[in-house]
Design a protein around this ligand. Sequence first.
Ligand SMILES: C[S@@+](CC[C@H](N)C(=O)[O-])C[C@H]1O[C@@H](n2cnc3c(N)ncnc32)[C@H](O)[C@@H]1O
Length: 433
Amino acid sequence: MTSKIKKNQLNMVMPQDSPVHNWYRFVLSFPPHLVRDYLAKLGADEHSVVLDPFCGTGTTLVECKKLGIRSCGWEANAMAHFASTTKTSWQCDPDHFIAHCQQVAEEALDMTARSGISLYGDTPLFGDFRGGTMLRDLTEEQWQVLSRGFISPLPLHRTLILLETMRGYQANPYRGYQELALAKALVSRIGNVAFGPEIGATPPKSDIDVVSIWLSECKNIAHDLEIVQKLPYHPDSSVIRGDSRSTQSHAKLFDIVITSPPYPNEKDYTRTTRLESVILGFITNRSDLRALKQGLLRSNTRNVYTVDDDQKWIEGVESVQTLARQIEERRIELGKTSGFERLYHRVVELYFGGMARHLIELKKTLKPGAQLAYVVGDQMSYFRIPIRTGTILADIAERVGYKVESIDLFRTRLATVTKEWIREEVVVLSSSA
Ligand SMILES: C[S@@+](CC[C@H](N)C(=O)[O-])C[C@H]1O[C@@H](n2cnc3c(N)ncnc32)[C@H](O)[C@@H]1O
């Protein structure tokens, strides 16, 4: 499938693809060229409607839009939903947008100066603001869901003033782009975070030029808008916030599905998006966070609840039950007793049960003969027992009435824990004609 792409480019957003995709992206999301390859393989054309039911930051949707193909995304995480929505909204005058951003920047700098903080780079900063009452801060409830190490006091103060300034405009038509630019700036430079692919804290920053960093992200957006607005077609794309395990629609709308659901490992998408979700107000306290987690496919021990019952969708599926049994037996053998370790086998059952439920529900929305591509990775996160995600998913899909067309190798990845190479595959399915 990816023969024209060199091996070391498999994971990359290539320079010619970067417009719009790079506005805000999950680390290691599948790259735009993979979407293009599968649109071609699955026979997409200008009459097709493509669905990504786990659309994340919108790689499938943006690529479809660039190619003139209608698309729809479903996404349960509010921050990712916002990113996809903004990345597929291309109607905005780039010059007016930038003029407005410059105005916001000037006002924010002015307000920052009035708050008693000098411009970035003007020394000396007077006083020690750390822990002081002069700085804008998040609420205690917000700090309960965000690690204090993820952003330092002065950068946070500057960020909150900038956000307040852009939100101060009634009916600001550029608000989506401006806030997405801030989200990107927060995770790339303002905050103290790095991805590898999990999120981790980096050393604190005494200060940083928040407004300039944000403005340069806004300029990138304006530049990209100029490029994509010249494309000859402007197909519709829509993004629905919802749980792909419950039906989002009963209309038979979709010809093609290209997607990458979470994998059964310990990656917590609410944590990788936490800094920007809290600052932009998508999560304001613990109960918001819990509600968010409950709407997600169970793929890690931090989002498993006693009431969960998705395992009932894979009763009798031997491949999953054997795997869950092996994991639990290994735990006992190793004498591992932590609360998280006790949940490993349950995550696996809930994950594949949730995927079975999703595939059953999805059928209601597929046109006869629809073609589907699911990008999934094998895992070894639970006591190093191999989880052949693609093979098991294909087995489940077949049981719930899909035809398995192929399981293609997309790329191999070095597992952080075991240092073994594991496969990431594309499971290609078709629904009955
Ligand atoms: C592997 S990521 C997708 C990345 C995507 N291809 C992109 O371009 O960013 C999986 C996404 O599925 C979302 N998700 C998890 N459970 C979901 C559910 N039940 N319904 C809808 N989306 C869900 C996560 O929030 C995450 O954004």
